[in-house]
Design a binder for this molecule. Structure first.
Ligand code: HEC
Length: 127
């Protein structure tokens, strides 16, 4: 009888430590997924750009119809004044700074969202 208890006790201890290890493994998996998630949507401005029509005319590193974002970042230091001016330009559209191609207006864009987009663009530097 005593022996049975001993064996039973050993089994319980074994199982307890096993499930603890399992839990630790699960925690690691959750932690990795969370990090990936954060990295994927790291910048709110980038997310807004991906949701809008910007990518039809702009590319991060190459000129398409509009200038490359890295070139815009090179031209304008990220000052409050530049961010404000460029956000207005995205909303109203315009032409003449980079050539004759006009940028379409984005009248429904919120000023704060446009500013987030500009902040993201100006944070890009050519590598
Ligand atoms: C129809 C094509 C088109 C779309 C869509 C477009 N752009 Fe442009 N963008 C241009 C062109 C062309 C220029 C250059 C305008 C100029 O020379 O003044 C430009 C210029 C810019 C500039 C620099 C402005 C300046 O005065 O130097 C920024 C910043 C910019 N675009 C951001 C955006 C963002 C953000 C979006 C999406 C909300 C967007 N663009 C959508 C064509 C486009």
């Amino acid at each position: 009888m005593k022996k049975t208890f001993l064996i039973l006790g050993a089994v319980v201890i074994f199982m307890a430590s096993f499930s603890k290890a399992d839990l630790a493994k699960e925690k690691t998996v959750v932690a990795t997924t969370t990090t990936n998630h954060v990295a994927f949507q790291s910048n709110p401005g980038e997310k807004l750009i991906n949701k809008s029509d910007c990518l039809g005319c702009h590319n991060k590193t190459n000129k398409i119809i509009g200038p490359a974002y890295v070139d815009i970042a090179k031209k304008y230091p990220a000052t409050e004044k530049n961010i404000d001016m460029l956000a207005d330009k995205i909303i109203k559209g315009g032409t003449g700074v980079w050539g004759n191609m006009p940028m379409s207006a984005h009248a429904t864009l919120k000023k704060d969202d446009a500013k987030l987009m500009v902040k993201y663009i100006l944070s890009l530097k050519k590598k």
